[in-house]
Design a binder for this molecule. Structure first.
Ligand code: GLV
Ligand code: MN
Ligand code: MN
Length: 412
């Protein structure tokens, strides 16, 4: 089996050209123009490879290579192509285009799968537009129903219903959930987004579990006013309160004493946003993760309590809502074994590891046995324009994925 590394890299370059960001940063907001152009291009690539393409009501795309026993549950692979603002070209895309490359390589080797092999593009893995990550895979696994159509809105108040319809995705969201047993296995290829593989000089990482993500939306209300006219002791500055809440989140994450606990405030909007006006309202989001769900839940509660305390001390109003608090996922021992064999038969070095980032596999694990293959990325850097995985890493990842898919597609 031969991975066409140049074709894989050229596909990554083409996909990177569909961006609504300012170079060198990539950005692909779900359902925006660049995302739609990228989807059109990707569908034509899949059709050229002889795959039959369908899309569901939320825009998840499925491209199927029909097996010799199409009545059997399929083997899924894939990832996302949406990209957060000012990010790189490898996050998610490596799993989609690597999946396509793995299928092409297997086809060209003359391999005939028994189970169908299906490539997926998940809608909105990133939380950028709707505040909630893994929208498509959450729905496929039954974690969201049609109420999301009106509940989920972007920053300009447009609903999921409006945005998906404008992008050409129609029908009830209740039809998105996959039938039980639809997939016999799901395997996702992804960049590591951490430094371990590169540091140890290993070719691939074989994921054993995925850490549990959560997010809070915090709205702090105070009193606006003139930056000179209102004296310091008379103020109810919403941003000063918010700043204390941010530091409390950092402090609570550090206080667990575990390197596995993380808390990040990456989004903060100050109203009215003028240099000479006291902030009257702040809206922000906290991202909280841990490999240990109970410890993560403890940190969530402590941050909520700290927000209430700071608000009371400063005579502010605070509203804290949980956007999501998801369980971690464990990878299937059977798929881990298949990935280990795939690495060994390709003479590639590997280690097992935990995924600290979340992925669509977190949700696919609710309806199918899952596995993930990681490849090294330079300096462990991700969610930045300088995100980079070397050609050899891309080839190795696609090879291990192809061998794993081949093995799983022949299993009963
Ligand atoms: C996924 O992009 C994550 O934030 O883990
Ligand atoms: Mn990402
Ligand atoms: Mn990703």
């Amino acid at each position: 089996m031969h991975i066409d590394r140049d074709r894989f890299i050229s596909d990554l370059e083409t996909l990177a050209s569909f961006t609504d960001g300012t170079p060198p940063g990539i950005s692909r907001l779900v359902f925006a123009e660049a995302d739609q152009q990228a989807r059109v291009w990707l569908k034509s690539q899949c059709r050229d490879a002889g795959l039959s393409v369908r899309e569901d009501a939320v825009g998840n795309m499925f491209a199927r290579w029909t097996g010799t026993q199409p009545q059997l549950a399929a083997i899924g692979t894939g990832s996302h192509i949406d990209a957060i603002p000012h990010s790189g070209r490898f996050d998610g895309t490596v799993g989609v285009l690597g999946g396509l490359e793995a299928i092409r390589a297997l086809q060209q080797s003359g391999f005939a799968p028994q189970r169908s092999i299906e490539l997926l593009l998940f809608t909105a893995e990133e939380p950028t537009r709707f505040g909630l990550g893994c929208l498509g895979s959450r729905m496929l696994s039954g974690g969201l129903d049609s109420a999301a159509d009106t509940h989920l809105k972007d920053s300009e108040g447009r609903t999921l219903a409006q945005l998906r319809a404008a992008a050409g995705f129609h029908g009830s969201l209740d039809q998105v959930r996959l039938k039980d047993g639809y997939y016999a296995a799901f395997v996702e290829l992804h960049i590591e987004q951490g430094p371990l593989l590169e540091k140890k000089g290993l070719a691939v990482g074989i994921v054993t579990s995925i850490a549990a993500p959560a997010a809070l939306r915090i709205t702090v209300e105070g009193e606006g006013g003139h930056a000179g006219g209102v004296l310091m002791h008379d103020r109810k500055d919403a941003f000063c309160g918010a700043a204390e809440m941010v530091l409390a989140a950092e402090e609570r994450a550090l206080a667990t004493g575990s390197v596995d606990t993380c808390a990040t405030v990456g989004k903060c909007h100050i109203f009215p946003g003028a240099a000479n006006s006291i902030p009257s309202r702040v809206e922000m989001e906290v991202d909280i993760r841990d490999t240990d769900e109970q410890r993560r839940n403890g940190v969530l509660r402590e941050i909520e309590q700290a927000c209430a305390r700071v608000a009371a001390e400063r005579d502010l109003q605070v509203r804290v809502t949980r956007i999501n608090a998801d369980a971690p996922a464990t990878c299937s021992p059977r798929i881990i074994e298949a990935m280990v064999k795939a690495a060994e038969e390709n003479e590639l070095t590997y280690r097992t590891m935990v995924s600290r980032a979340y992925h669509d596999s977190l949700f696919m694990a609710r309806i199918a046995p899952v596995g993930m293959v990681f490849i090294p990325c330079r300096g462990g850097v991700s969610h930045r324009p300088d995100e980079y995985s070397a050609p050899q890493a891309l080839e190795d990842g696609a090879k291990v994925l192809a061998s794993t898919l081949a093995r799983l597609s022949r299993e009963n």
